[in-house]
Write a protein of this length. Structure first.
Length: 441
């Protein structure tokens, strides 16, 4: 089956990325098909023969490198243009250019308008090449277009008859169009909107819980809502420079991942930077390759090789999740949507659940104080979560000292009774508020 003129295949293991790309491209007139890994991507490509392919670099079972290699070895698909989507910056793109002649690549996250423009640009170049090739082949066969011949009397007669036919056709089309817009179009638009939302995953199985703009509701407030209402599912955050996924179980953090333009911290990178982790580089590369081929998460592969313990793996996964949430909390402008969703299969063996106040406390510390804490009349009151953080010794000395004075005092009163500077007092109060440990009024 050959795909249509605007058929795009997206190959990415992240269902959220696939849904977002499908939504963006379908709204811009493209027919989108998708696959969750390289193997199924090749099957889809052979079945539909798309005009262009978007492929992720890091995927289970068959990664982007293996996918492109197989694609270029298939005589029916080798000329299909490919856009590589990677979180590894230009280095990966340049390597693919050298290996497979792929000159189009994006770094996650990317702006939708830029992606659409790049796809249109690539397809336009393909069309121009095909026209040039067709023109050369036509001249080589001695064929000429109608414009290169002289119109005969019969041709002039055909033009007159065509004029009459066109008038009749236009009249019929006008009647059909009027009836369509009066009766069918409103129903069609409702169906299109419903299908678009389902394709985006926003109302799939009626799972959407909450969505909105991060400039109106901060990530800390959203995560506190999730904790207080014991939410299960996936919280997706995306802006011009950040894309994050946060997985929740009864309001607690299970795992999170975040990428920013040009950077993405992988679990293995975090382990390499830890002085406690020692592993021969050659052995590590072997384990990484085995992981990619088998589809087993790299952490599990390391445990199976007895390179790290189960306890070590959980430690690194906690660090990775905390780091991702901290990165995501910096985002002030962007969008989010919270949906009820099953924990992905590769995360089901994570044994820990991180309480949200603990996660938010660490993530909020690097942030500047919220503007409201510059209001001297703002009243600050401790919440039960504050006592829990103190009991678990998660507060710093300065935080614990100031908490002892937060008994419904205003910011002006706190500044008066504390020996800390105004900046420190405001910063601590703001941090504890974002962590859901204090209330304000």
């Amino acid at each position: 089956m050959v795909g249509g003129k605007n058929t795009v295949l997206i190959v990415d293991d992240s269902p959220t990325v696939r849904r977002l790309v499908e939504l963006v491209l379908s709204q811009n007139g493209f027919d989108v098909i998708s696959a969750e890994d390289g193997e199924s991507g090749l099957e889809m490509a052979r079945q539909h023969h798309p005009r262009i392919i978007l492929v992720d670099f890091v995927m289970p079972r068959m990664n982007g490198h293996m996918f492109c290699k197989e694609l270029r070895e298939d005589e029916h698909l080798r000329d299909v243009p490919v856009i590589l989507v990677s979180s590894k910056s230009d280095v990966v793109g340049q390597a693919f250019e050298e290996s497979f002649g792929i000159v189009h690549y994006f770094t996650k996250p990317f702006e939708p308008d830029v992606l659409v423009a790049k796809i249109n640009e690539v397809l336009q170049k393909v069309d121009e090449t095909e026209r040039e090739t067709g023109a050369l082949a036509s001249k080589a066969d001695g064929n000429f277009s109608v414009s290169e011949t002289t119109a005969t009397g019969d041709t002039q007669s055909e033009k007159v008859n065509s004029g009459i036919s066109i008038d009749l056709i236009n009249d019929k089309i006008d009647k059909v169009v009027r009836a369509y817009f009066q009766k069918d179009f409103p129903v069609l638009m409702k169906n299109v909107l419903a299908d678009t939302l389902k394709e985006a995953g926003l109302v799939k199985h009626q799972t959407l819980v909450l969505s909105g703009d991060l400039s109106e509701m901060s990530l800390a407030e959203i995560l506190n809502f999730c904790a207080n209402t014991l939410q299960n599912g996936r919280l997706t955050v995306f802006s011009d420079d950040t894309f994050a996924e946060i997985f929740l179980d009864c309001g607690c953090l299970v795992f999170a991942t975040a990428s920013q333009k040009g950077t993405h911290t992988f679990l293995i990178d975090m382990m390499r930077d830890d002085n406690r982790f020692t592993c021969d580089n050659k052995v590590l590369q072997e384990v990484i390759l085995e992981s990619r081929v088998s589809g087993v998460p790299i952490g599990r592969a390391l445990v199976a090789r007895n390179i790290i313990s189960e306890e070590d793996l959980m430690y690194y996964l906690r660090q990775h999740a905390q780091d991702a949430v901290t990165k995501a909390m910096v985002v002030g402008k962007g969008s989010f949507f919270l949906e009820k969703d099953e924990i992905p299969h590769n995360l089901t063996d994570i044994s820990f659940r991180m309480p949200m106040p603990e996660v938010l406390l660490v993530g909020a510390r690097p942030l500047p104080p919220a503007p409201m804490f510059f209001e001297e009349g703002l009243r600050v009151q401790r919440l039960p979560a504050c006592a829990d953080l103190m009991q678990r010794e998660l507060l710093t000395y300065d935080e614990a000292d100031l908490v002892a004075k937060m008994d419904g005092r205003t910011m002006a009163e706190l500044l008066a009774v504390s020996e800390f500077s105004a900046d420190v007092v405001r910063g601590i109060a703001s941090t504890l508020y974002m962590a859901g440990a204090v209330a304000i009024s």
